[in-house]
Write a protein that binds this ligand. Sequence first.
Ligand SMILES: Cc1cc2nc3c(=O)[nH]c(=O)nc-3n(C[C@H](O)[C@H](O)[C@H](O)COP(=O)(O)OP(=O)(O)OC[C@H]3O[C@@H](n4cnc5c(N)ncnc54)[C@H](O)[C@@H]3O)c2cc1C
Length: 296
Amino acid sequence: MYDVIIVGGGPAGITAGIYCQRANLKTVVFEKETIGGQIASSPLVKNFPGFKSISGVELANNFYEQAEELGLPIEIEEVLEIIPGETNKVITDCDSYEARAVIVATGAKYRLLGLPNEENLIGRGISFCTSCDGSFYKGKDVAVIGGANTAVTNALYMSNLCPKVYLIYRGNKLKCEKVLLDSLKEKDNIEIIYNANVKEIIGKDELESIVLDNDRKIDIAGMFISIGMDAQTNLVKDLLPLSEQNYVLSEDCSTIKSSIFVAGDCRHKTIRQLTTAMSDGAVAASFAIKYLENNQ
Ligand SMILES: Cc1cc2nc3c(=O)[nH]c(=O)nc-3n(C[C@H](O)[C@H](O)[C@H](O)COP(=O)(O)OP(=O)(O)OC[C@H]3O[C@@H](n4cnc5c(N)ncnc54)[C@H](O)[C@@H]3O)c2cc1C
């Protein structure tokens, strides 16, 4: 029997694991794919305090080494079901386990356009987050794909760094707040292209250009895909209340189940970054530690 099982080995889950392990609790992290989570696919991180510049893979390796040094086990197993009870049953694709507390840190995934060459160029011209990667494209032309608040916010952000920003939207009317529309009107370096989809992504080692379904070819150094994220919360959809976008609703990382906690990008919140995921991991772990102290 574990004291704490953590589902997800991204920044939130690993942080929670470090806190629980250091509190001397019998802890395990289950990760289904990549230790480090989303950040492992980032070529360069420049907004993480303490590291002026570090690749996502190196950061993920550091997570792993720190966990290993502390004796925190990270198992490559997918959690398929959590059955709550006096002790929680956690079923993975390998085995079945019991834990007095569970921390759900299953993250989220950026939506892709579904085109050939797309995954290959992530981090080499294709990005999702302007506050993470925007400065890499300073002085170069970029495109933002999407038409809702995030896309328009990203286009406005990039317009302060780039000579030209193409905002490419499949619809004929942007779906963003009026204040953003007003800000757009003040920008003369944002060209909005309506009723268009990207049909081809060109570039071998780095993004060079895109072709739209109206056959227009646009040369760009960067493309920010801003068509939303998918919360990885299928596992808890019948267990915990979810927002309309399927994120776990929790004000403070506790949930309606007293022994189940939630942390990181899978939680309903406004900013999804390393620092906020790790903050959640620390908070969820601290609540789990307190819960276990009070329920010996
Ligand atoms: C390309 C890219 C670049 C980025 N760059 C930056 C940056 O420069 N700075 C910054 O602050 N942020 C950046 N981010 C965002 C940052 O990576 C995320 O905010 C952060 O990783 C969220 O951490 P998390 O642990 O909540 O979720 P995730 O990183 O999504 O980790 C969740 C983990 O849970 C696992 N999991 C899901 N379901 C299960 C299951 N059923 N069983 C077992 N495991 C499961 C997943 O495989 C995943 O590894 C970037 C994101 C991407 C994609």
